[in-house]
Design a protein around this ligand. Structure first.
Ligand code: GLU
Length: 506
């Protein structure tokens, strides 16, 4: 039997999750579900200086809102926990020691000042300083010092880091599930710090140890981690562990295609780059989110999946449910090149998904808006309204724009429409119409339509002369769904009251 697929999303809680991070989470989720595997959330919080209050909660809330929950992670303990690296602190040193013992790592005592000086010297020569095979024996570390000297320094409490000893000159054939074969010569690699003087592992060590201990089979992450691939593969080899498969996702580009999409682009063009609204705990600044801007989670997922994936040649399908994506997704159809973010297309996705959404699923979103406006209406009524106006809306907030008259009497009448629809004899006609309406016992749109239309015909009145002022009375303008549907929904009493009010006002 083949190994169970296990993937992880491993964000650092340094702020709100950018939509690029959400896409990484989504691709991991889809890959896991497609292969009936596990989707793990691991919080990489070893760098306490970059820790931001509330960021982890934000990540969890975003994944839940998007309906791509993790199977294991903080608050959902599995066999591989704990899932916060800060809670795993105690276990990394042992692994650094293993690499020291096998000669794959060494102690380095160079102070920050010494290294800064080296860097400055190199910069003055227009060179970059790299700490590796070509100079390590001249620097302040256990490879340059005698065993005795090294021991003394450590015993006297001199601060040190542990560095990886990258091979000097080896051609590595790396494999990426999206990019294919990638060749790297180790001579360009630096001897990365694995363990810091403060007793904490660096990202590289913690990430590899955890992926191994958590039995991760596929590492799916952003392109910005591609330069670390060689080091990571070398670390697996040094430990004698089988490496997972790697897939590096393409960048998400600005709408112009020039450079990586940033928060600034979003601010400039007026679209969110975060799934949920985020309030910066320090500055109090608010960054907008898709949820608060009225997008549906399925819109965000559909928009994101196309930033780097498509079902393959010949497929013109653009609207996918999460379930369909889970079936269709494959890494083989993820592109290598960056994908341009397109805010207009995102709106189009939203329109399609709102249209496809069940009335039921939109109730709570619309209720939130109604509550804010202090309307206390039951869900069944709200659902009925949604049914009638949904096709005219793009965002949930549009449901209010399109359907406010279901909740309150029009406070004014569209001037142009009133001029056109309300003539001298309209008052009299509306009074007679009120009688017909009031005599309609079973107050359904169908019955009402039959009675009113029959009456119009009998009286030889002409359709527009009745229907337009009726619409104006109920809606306040000439817009909205079928007028009999409106009347049946608000009910007989309100329909009559609105007609009376219009007669008095107009
Ligand atoms: N903690 C890294 C990040 O914030 C994880 C990178 C990886 O997936 O290996 O993106």
């Amino acid at each position: 039997m083949s190994q169970k697929v296990r993937v992880r999303f491993a964000p650092s809680p340094t702020g709100p999750l950018h939509i690029g991070g959400v896409r990484t989470a989504l691709f991991n989720y889809l890959f896991a579900k497609k292969h009936e595997g596990d989707f793990v959330l691991r919080i990489e919080d070893t760098d306490q200086t970059r820790y931001v209050e509330g960021a982890e909660d934000y990540i969890v809330e975003a994944l839940n809102w998007l309906n791509i929950p993790y199977d294991e992670g903080p608050g959902k303990e599995g066999d591989a926990g704990p899932y916060r690296q800060s809670e795993r602190k105690g276990l990394y040193r042992e692994y650094a020691d293993k690499l020291l013992a096998s000669g794959n790592a060494y102690y380095a005592f160079d102070t920050a000042e010494e290294l800064a000086e080296k860097r400055a010297e190199h910069e003055a020569q227009k060179e970059t300083f790299i700490y590796n095979w070509h100079n390590r024996e001249e620097l302040n570390n256990s490879l340059a010092l005698s065993e005795e000297e090294t021991k003394q320094k450590i015993e006297s409490g001199e601060p040190y880091v542990i560095r990886f000893k990258a091979p000097a000159n080896e051609e590595l054939d790396l494999q990426d599930e999206i990019r294919g074969e990638i060749q790297v010569n180790t001579k360009v690699l630096d001897d990365k710090v694995l363990f810091k003087s403060d007793g904490m592992p660096t990202y590289h060590l913690a990430n590899i140890v955890d992926d191994h201990l958590m039995k991760i089979t596929h590492v799916i992450r952003g392109e910005e981690w591609l330069p670390s691939l060689a080091l990571h593969v070398l670390l697996y080899r040094a430990f004698g562990w089988e490496a997972p498969k790697f897939a590096h996702l393409p960048l998400i580009l600005k709408p112009t295609g020039k450079g990586k999409l940033s928060k600034r682009d979003g601010d400039k063009l007026g679209f969110p780059v975060f799934p949920l609204e985020w309030k910066d705990p320090k500055t109090g600044d608010i960054a907008s989110g898709y949820r608060e801007d009225g997008y549906l989670p399925q819109t965000v997922l559909n928009m994101l999946v196309f930033l780097g994936w498509n079902e393959g040649e010949g497929s013109e399908k653009e609207i996918y449910t999460l379930e369909e994506l889970t079936k269709a997704f494959s890494l083989a159809h993820v592109s290598k090149g960056g994908s341009k973010f397109d805010p207009e297309k995102t709106k189009w996705f939203q329109q399609q998904h709102l249209h496809n959404a069940t009335d039921e699923s939109l109730v709570s979103g619309f209720q939130a808006i109604l509550k804010e406006k202090r309307f206390d209406v039951d869900d069944a009524y709200v659902k009925q309204v949604i049914h009638l106006v949904k096709d005219r809306a793009v965002f949930i907030a549009d449901l209010w724009e399109q359907g406010n008259f279901f909740f309150e009497r029009p406070s004014s009448y569209d001037e142009k429409a009133a001029k056109k629809a309300w003539k001298e004899d309209t008052g009299t006609i509306m009074t007679s119409l009120s009688k017909i309406i009031s005599e309609t016992e079973d107050f359904t749109a169908q019955n009402l339509s039959t009675n009113v239309k029959g009456w119009i015909q009998n009286e030889g009145l002409g359709f527009g002369k009745v229907m337009q002022p009726l619409r104006l009375s109920l809606v306040g303008s000439m817009s909205g769904p079928d007028v009999f549907d409106i009347a049946a929904t608000i009910g007989k009493a309100k329909t009559l009251e609105r007609i009376r009010f219009a007669i008095e006002t107009l």
